[in-house]
Ligand binder design. Structure first.
Ligand code: SME
Length: 154
């Protein structure tokens, strides 16, 4: 399914007040993982700024041991500090990378900003090498803005 076709579905999930925030975030993960062929693990990490760690939130895909990631460690930990998208075409070429599964070939992480503050991120792993384009970045920025709206109301 195209990114454009998925956007209204993302909006529908976000606006479903019958569900908790975590249920809605999980539904977003399920939507993306099931409709985008190169998204094989989709999850959220959220920052604890005092402890300088990320905590795993709702996700879909293989269970991971990396439920707590220090700022600066791995792709996710780097995005917690850089406040910028991080597209990794080939995880084997990264020195500062935390492997969750041997099947993963590439990764994209996009930060979530609430009132200008980087409060967490969406993390996608792919079993395909170099699958991500600027279209993925624009789509995931749309998703993270929707998630930011949801979180800012709670
Ligand atoms: N690969 C990530 C760790 C999280 S897993 O992909 C679920 C990283 O290097 O930060």
């Amino acid at each position: 399914m195209s990114f454009e076709a998925l956007k209204p579905q993302v909006e529908n999930i976000i606006s479903n007040t019958k569900k908790t925030v975590d249920e809605r975030l999980l539904n977003i993960c399920e939507l993306l993982e099931s409709h985008i062929a190169h998204y094989n693990w989709v999850g959220f990490y959220f920052s604890n700024k005092q402890k300088e760690v990320l905590h795993l939130g709702p996700y879909v895909g293989a269970p991971t041991d990396h439920t707590v990631i220090p700022f600066g460690k791995g792709i996710c930990g780097q995005v917690a500090l850089s406040n910028e998208n991080f597209v990794v075409p080939d995880v084997a070429a990264q020195d500062n990378y935390i492997a969750c599964s041997i099947t993963v070939k590439s990764e994209i992480v996009v930060p979530i900003f609430v009132n200008g503050e980087n409060i967490g991120q969406i993390d996608i792993d792919s079993n395909t090498r170099d699958p991500f384009t600027t279209a993925d970045e624009r789509f995931l920025e749309f998703v993270t803005k929707q998630v930011a709206q949801l979180l800012s109301k709670n």
